[in-house]
Design a protein around this ligand. Structure first.
Ligand code: OOG
Ligand code: NI
Length: 297
């Protein structure tokens, strides 16, 4: 196994344990005859959330994946959510793309900044700098270890009132935010977002409907949907318990670009399809962990 494979496997196994929808969707796909086994799923991308403060944020976390040969690509801005994001192209097609977002902490209210910095100021230097990135087990441990003390429930709630993203990261840190089932190479009847959503809803999975269940890029090349994150029990400081939004699962259809429309189906490769991400799709997908979605039953 390569170091990158070790790191990705570690992320996926924690994510599967914490997010029951992951195993449930894989089992439903196998039972339906869409795939034979879990590893038949093409993972379009994975995503992380970070806090834009000294020593942390995108500039820190990205070092891990740049080291494994990922290439930094386009920038996206989310004015209302106060987020910046980039996507990273993998070193080869067997690996997922990566989407990393970051909260512009300095744009929050003084009180929210104070809460966030009371935790993140425990991090005195860039924690990735001190890591041996060629040691997959060490990187895996780092991604799943606390960087700051366990949050107090009242801090989590105060942050959530201003930025649900901030609250999510203060508790969940670098746990995988989602993996993404690529649908366009699945068999007919399941290879469009519309058809795949219909299958998911028949099986009882609840989809994020912010801006509609299907998020479509203006060029019609990238269509995305996602489940609503389930609430998971969380232990806060002083052993206080509360339910918080965990992670979710995303689905993506990348259509063949117009200039390759003439190619026979069996010649279509990843390079012939719509690449990258779309800010307006992403803006709504973020809400898969927001209370407007998780609170709807
Ligand atoms: C990421 C939301 C955006 C996409 O594919 O555009 C996204 C998040 O919820 O952290 O995943
Ligand atoms: Ni995504």
């Amino acid at each position: 196994m390569t170091t990158l494979e070790t790191v990705l496997d570690g992320l996926m196994s924690r994510y599967k344990d914490r997010v029951p929808d992951v195993g449930a969707i894989i089992s439903a796909m196998i039972a339906e005859g869409i795939i034979g086994k879990a590893s038949d799923i093409e993972n379009d991308h994975i995503a992380f959330r970070t806090l834009g403060v000294e020593h942390l944020g995108i500039q820190s976390l990205e070092k891990i994946f740049l080291h494994y040969g990922y290439t930094k690509r386009d920038y996206y801005n989310f004015p209302e959510k106060k987020l910046d994001a980039y996507w990273y192209a993998p070193p080869s097609e067997q690996y997922p793309r990566i989407f990393i977002s970051e909260l512009r902490v300095k744009d929050l209210s003084a009180s929210a900044q104070e809460i966030i910095r009371s935790y993140t100021s425990e991090v005195k230097r860039d924690p990735v700098e001190g890591l041996d990135l060629d040691n997959g087990a060490a990187v895996d441990t780092f991604l799943h270890s606390a960087l700051w003390r366990t949050p107090a429930l009242k801090d989590y709630q105060a942050l959530a009132a201003e930025s649900e993203y901030a609250a999510w990261v203060i508790y969940n840190r670098y746990y995988l935010n989602h993996f993404t089932v690529s649908v366009h190479n699945l068999k007919p009847g399941y290879n469009t977002i519309a058809d795949f959503n219909a299958f998911l809803e028949r099986k009882g999975f609840r989809l994020n409907d912010a801006g509609g269940k299907i998020k479509t890029s203006p060029d019609n090349g990238l269509l995305q949907s996602s489940t609503v994150a389930r609430m998971i029990p969380a232990t806060f400081a002083g052993d206080e318990m509360s339910e918080i939004a965990g992670s979710y699962v995303e689905f993506a259809e990348r259509r063949v670009l117009p200039q390759f429309a003439h190619l026979p189906a069996q010649e279509i490769k990843r390079a012939h399809r719509r690449e990258g991400f779309e800010a307006n799709n992403a803006d709504k997908i973020f809400e898969s962990t927001y209370s407007a979605q998780t609170g709807k039953q």
